[in-house]
Every structure is written in structure tokens, then in C-alpha cells.
Design a protein. Structure first.
Length: 671
């Protein structure tokens, strides 16, 4: 009798879901229902006792994906769900290091260094670097090279490149600083577990026995380190299922190795390969365009997306050609209004672009038309100074940390200046004390009475902070806001802001942070442990949960749109030097995959645009259509040059609507 987990699956999906042992590569084309297959296979393996829940490990790239999988399996298995492990690679590494912290040379309560603080350490080390002008070095570039060195085991260089030479000098100092702080960084969350498994047979065998079935989602995004971790974890049984789509590999610039998925069947000779080609998302016309785009890439697993059903809406995708970018912005905003009149909601419409610089033009036009929108991009929430300040307070209250304490010691200003810091650092060096202990010994350090009293007061505030946050009169988030007001942090933001609107927006970020904190407590008990879990998840830079279901047009880059879908998609600026990008697009196959990802976000309507002249470096220059656009057969697209022609009936309706507004009561002016 066929398992109920297979109900509703097509033949290829069933083939993947019934696989029990050995390596399996699921090539999941865009919109082919890969999550459904993962859920079905997970549930069936547990229900049919092929594997115990605690022996199953699912690695993902976002905690949101892990939560969705666990929720969907649990809702069908109920009490038999057990405790499968599902989470990100970094979460998995953190779990291993918590279990084997001694063997990894870490303290039991080790911290995780975020990229911002890692950059600060590099800059600190650069102060003592004498091979060149320290201001000429880009800390992020040094971190990137360091990451590559650590991944490949490199420790020295014969290169004359100044960055390579800098890394050779900095890397041991960086490792020493991490050890002093009792911390690991993001690379360490993968590298240290690899090192443990390579050097310690008992640990390797324990983990291989513990996880008898391993599944990896979005496999095309894995890097060499992650692949090494997977191989070590599964070497004794090879019960490894990887799910991904090489045609959607778009993160080579940040280390993703497409060879992992391309060469998987060669690395695992007895590998079963299942292709999911039925597309449940897009209209047949859109799929024809998508297939014609990606077919031009040579190094790929051959697959063709097939429409799963007759779509009632099967209009040809459009390419709109405008005179310049100002006209493009204005007309795309007008086209959005056109689709809204057809019955689409704002949130069902997305505008995609290759680089963030293209967004503001559309943004300005939508503002003029008073169309609500959400823009994905800009400074990430967890990179904002305000967010990092609050997180430093929480970290310092739960577990003393030099970096966190330094950040808040005089934020907001409380009279603890550079001179006091020098005295504390001197005592650290003299007595080999951690920074926070030396700060408590401020009298011996030679800090003056006024600054010392401020230090004592800060430590008292930190000691009481968890109790204050957990007080039941208000939510933890509200209590946090009250705390920040009471210590003068809000007034500090107001003083530092250039105007009241900037100050208001900064405090709004604090309130968002507070809401995120409250969501954590909604799911767990009101305890210090929940607070610790919250700080841990923030250290791993978990993304914010989805915004409330607001009705807003979505503006985002092509990289940000992966995994999403919309009934109406505008993909703007399909021109040479933009897509493929002039400076960032040296990998043409990856740029083509990026274009393909954008096209396959569309469910019913796909509208591409380009301009004949675009502003570059202050000059209006001719702009050529993208080579990717020219590769699409002309019969698959409908081209329109210039603005939409407005029919006489539409013109009358628009004028009637305008006169109606003019005759009505005056609308208030908003800023």
C-alpha cells in the first residue's frame, strides 16, 4: 500500500520521496515543489521507521526554510514527530562545538564573532602593520582572503601582492585574538567541526552514527567548506540526499561552488539522480522564455521546465523599450497601476533589478503616485548601529564579552573616555585579566572616581537587565524600550541625529527590534534561557521573520528575489553593462543564471524593460540591449517601443476620476 505521504506527488516527486538509502541528487527546477518532496521524504522515512527522528539531519541556508519543513512534517506526524535536527550549516556547527567545546579549545560559554566585529579586530591589528599605509587596506577584502586561506589550509604566501602579504601577518594575530576573547567566528563554525572530525576518530564516528540520514537543501549554494563537512558527516553510510538546481546557482561571488552539484554524480558513483521538471508556478509562455535563456549555458545538468497545467492567463512576456531611464521609471510605475486595475494587489507585483542603484528611480515614481512599496536592500537590519548597540547590552548582561562591553561602555555617553580605557587596558596587560574584570577593578587601574562610579553603575544596570526585561507588567520588548529610555539612549539618538525625522526613524528600528524580541518569547517560556536563545539566534544573523502581510509593491535585486514568486514581475534595465553587469558580471554563465532566476519568479505576467539611452558618469550614453535578451527567439516575446497608448475610453475614465477628486474634499497634506 502506497504511503499517504506520496498523495498528490507526480511520478518524479514520488521517485525522490521513496528513496531510502545511498546518495540521491534531486535536481529541482524552479517552481517544481522541492519543499513538498523534502517534507514527504522526511515524513515517510520517520513513519516507516527507516530512520529514527533524532537520526535525521536536514541542513538549510535559512532558519525559515528549516522551520517550514519541521512544521509541515510535525503537523502530519503529530506525537510521532520526535526531534529531527533541521537548521542552517552555522547552527549545526554551533551545536557540534557546544557538545565538544573542550576538544575544540573553546570555553563552555564561547561567543560568536559577527562580521562587523571581525572587521574591527582586523582594523585593530592593522594599526601595528608596517608594510604599507594602513588606510589603504580594505578590512573586508582582508577578511575575504583570510576566509579563503583558512578554507584551503594556507598559512603563507610567496606572492608580492600586498593584501596576500598582509593576510600572512594578520592571520595568526587574528586567531590569537579570537582565543583571548573565547570566541569563534562564522568560518570557525564550519572549520572547527571539520577539524574535530578529521583529527578525532571517536567524535567522527559518534556524529556519523548519530546522523544516519542527512539531507541538504539549496545544494547549489554550498561552498567547499560545507561540502567537506557533509562528506565527513556521511562518509560511513553515504545516506546523503542533496536538493538543488544548478541553473539557480547565483552566489559564486560569495564562495558558492557550482562544481559541488555538477560533479555530485561523479563523486558518488552509485548516486541516484531524479529530475523535477514539472513547474507549478509559471505560465507556459513564461517557461518557454526561461528555457530558451538557460539552454545557452553549457555546463549544467540538462533539464527543461514543463508547465504543470493549462494556465488561463498565457499572454506573451513583454519587452518594453523606453527612450531613457526617467521615462522607464515613470512608465513602469504607470504599468503597475495598469495591472492593479486588472485586479492584482500591490503585494502581487514585484520590480526586479540587477543592482541597488536602479531601485530609487522606480521608488521616486511610486512615491509620486502614492503607491505603497517595500524595498529590500540598503543596510541590513542587524548591521545597523542601533541594533548592534542593543545586542551588545543584552550580550553584556548575559555573558561578559570584551567587544560588547567596549561598545556600550560610553554609549550613551557616561563620562568613561579614552583615558579611562587606557587605564583599564593597562591593568588587563599587567595582570592578564579579561577586559570586564579589569573594568571592575577600576580603582587599581587608576581610573578617576567619577568615571569609576559610572562603570559601577553600568555593571549594576547590566546585572538587573534580565530581571527588568522579564518583569510581567509589560512585554519583554516594551521593557527593553523603557530600559533604553531610562539610561538616556533615546535622548542620545536624538542628539546625534541630524533632524527629528532621522531620530524618529532610528527609534523605530529599536521598536522593530523589540517586536522581534517579543516574538521569541511568544514561542517560548519567559526565562533567561529564552533570552539567551534570542541572543544566540541574533549572533547567527537569523533573518527577521516575514513582515506582516502588508499590501506593498516589492522592489528588490535579482539576488534577493530567489525563492520568491509573484503573479506580476517587472525586470528592468535588461541592457549590456547592467545585465551582465559591467564590473560585477565577469562570470557570464552566472549572470545568465541570475537573469533566469528573475524570469522564473513570474507566475502570470512577465514584463522586461530596457532604455535606448542611460545616464552614466554624468553623460547620457547609448545603451545596447542585453546579449541575454537577444538570445531569446523573437516569437516568444511581444515588444513595445515607447509609452503605452491610452485608449479614448481609458482617457475618459482617467479624466472622470481626476475631476471627481478635484470636486471632493481637500486631502490633507502629508510629509
Amino acid at each position: 500500500m502506497e504511503s499517504h505521504w506520496l498523495n498528490g506527488l507526480n511520478s518524479e516527486q514520488k521517485e525522490a520521496a521513496v528513496h531510502d538509502h545511498g546518495p540521491l541528487l534531486i535536481l529541482a527546477g524552479a517552481g517544481s515543489g522541492k519543499t513538498t518532496v523534502l517534507v514527504a521524504r522526511t515524513g515517510r522515512l520517520i513513519e516507516e521507521k527507516v530512520v529514527k527522528p533524532q537520526e535525521l539531519c536536514v541542513m538549510t541556508f535559512t532558519n525559515k526554510a528549516a522551520r517550514e519543513l519541521k512544521h509541515r512534517v510535525k503537523s502530519k506526524l503529530g506525537e510521532n514527530f520526535g526531534s529531527i535536527w533541521a537548521g542552517t550549516f552555522h547552527s549545526f556547527g554551533r551545536q557540534i562545538l557546544r557538545e565538544f567545546y573542550k576538544e575544540a579549545g573553546l570555553p563552555k560559554t564561547f561567543g560568536i564573532l559577527d562580521p562587523g566585529d571581525a572587521s574591527a579586530i582586523v582594523k585593530e591589528v592593522l594599526k601595528d602593520f608596517h608594510l604599507g599605509d594602513k588606510t589603504a587596506y580594505d578590512a573586508d577584502k582582508i577578511l575575504s582572503i583570510m576566509s579563503f586561506w583558512r578554507e584551503s589550509g594556507k598559512t603563507s604566501t610567496s606572492s608580492v601582492d600586498e593584501y596576500e602579504q598582509a593576510v600572512e601577518w594578520i592571520l595568526p594575530h587574528y586567531h590569537k585574538k579570537l582565543k583571548q576573547l573565547g570566541m569563534t567566528d562564522f568560518d570557525g563554525l564550519i572549520l572547527k567541526p571539520i577539524e574535530l572530525m578529521e583529527k578525532n576518530q571517536a567524535i567522527r564516528e559518534k556524529l556519523q552514527t548519530q546522523f544516519r540520514q542527512v539531507m541538504v537543501d539549496e545544494f547549489q549554494d554550498t561552498n567547499l567548506m560545507q561540502m567537506k563537512l557533509i562528506r565527513l558527516l556521511t562518509a560511513s553510510h553515504n545516506n546523503l540526499t542533496v536538493v538543488g538546481d544548478d541553473d539557480q546557482s547565483i552566489y559564486g561571488w560569495r564562495g558558492a561552488c557550482i562544481k559541488n552539484i555538477l560533479d555530485f554524480p561523479k563523486q558518488y558513483r552509485d548516486c541516484k539522480v531524479v529530475r523535477l521538471e514539472q513547474n507549478y508556478r509559471s505560465s507556459p509562455a513564461i517557461l518557454e522564455v526561461a528555457n530558451s535563456i538557460i539552454a545557452k549555458n553549457n555546463e549544467r545538468h540538462k533539464k527543461v521546465l514543463k508547465p504543470s497545467k493549462k494556465n488561463s492567463e498565457n499572454s506573451l512576456p513583454k519587452i518594453l523599450v523606453f527612450e531613457n531611464e526617467a521615462e522607464e521609471g515613470e512608465q513602469i510605475a504607470g504599468e503597475i497601476q495598469h495591472y492593479k486595475k486588472m485586479g492584482f494587489k500591490n503585494r502581487e507585483i514585484a520590480v526586479l533589478y540587477r543592482s541597488n542603484g536602479q531601485g530609487p528611480i522606480i521608488e521616486a515614481e511610486l512615491r509620486k503616485m502614492q503607491v505603497p512599496y517595500s524595498m529590500t536592500g540598503g543596510t541590513a537590519f542587524f548591521d545597523r548601529k542601533e541594533t548592534r548597540d542593543i545586542l551588545a547590552y543584552l550580550k553584556s548582561a548575559l555573558k561578559p564579552s570584551e567587544l560588547a562591553l567596549r561598545r556600550i561602555l560610553n554609549t550613551p555617553p557616561r563620562g568613561i573616555g579614552d583615558k579611562s580605557l587606557e587605564h583599564i587596558e593597562g591593568l588587563c596587560e599587567k595582570r592578564k585579566l579579561p577586559f570586564w574584570k579589569a573594568a571592575l577593578e577600576w580603582q587599581e587601574a587608576g581610573v578617576d572616581e567619577k568615571a569609576g562610579a559610572a562603570i559601577d553603575n553600568l555593571f549594576l544596570l547590566l546585572k538587573n537587565l534580565p530581571v527588568q526585561l522579564l518583569a510581567t507588567t509589560k512585554t519583554p520588548g516594551e521593557n527593553l524600550c523603557d530600559f533604553l529610555v531610562s539610561i538616556g539612549y533615546k535622548s542620545h539618538l536624538e542628539k546625534m541625529a541630524t533632524n527629528s525625522l532621522v531620530a524618529h526613524n532610528k527609534w523605530k528600528l529599536i521598536e522593530i527590534f523589540a517586536r522581534v524580541l517579543d516574538r521569541q518569547f511568544e514561542k517560548s517560556t519567559r526565562s533567561v534561557e529564552t533570552l539567551r536563545d534570542f541572543v544566540d539566534s541574533m549572533e547567527l544573523r537569523d533573518t527577521l521573520e516575514d513582515k506582516e502581510n502588508e499590501d506593498q509593491v516589492q522592489l528588490m535585486t535579482l539576488h534577493a528575489c530567489k525563492g520568491l514568486e509573484f503573479p506580476v514581475v517587472f525586470l528592468i534595465g535588461v541592457e549590456e553593462d547592467i545585465l551582465p553587469h559591467k564590473t560585477l558580471g565577469s562570470d557570464i554563465p552566472e549572470e545568465r543564471r541570475l537573469f533566469y532566476v528573475g524570469v522564473t519568479r513570474a507566475q502570470q505576467h512577465l514584463i522586461l524593460s530596457r532604455v535606448q539611452k542611460r545616464q552614466r558618469h554624468g553623460k547620457l550614453l547609448d545603451s545596447a540591449p542585453s546579449r541575454f535578451l537577444l538570445e531569446i527567439p523573437k516569437n516568444l516575446m511581444e515588444e513595445r517601443v515607447g509609452p503605452r497608448t491610452v485608449s479614448q475610453e481609458s482617457r475618459k475614465a482617467m479624466l472622470a476620476e481626476l475631476f471627481k477628486k478635484l470636486d471632493g474634499p481637500s486631502a490633507p497634506i502629508t510629509r
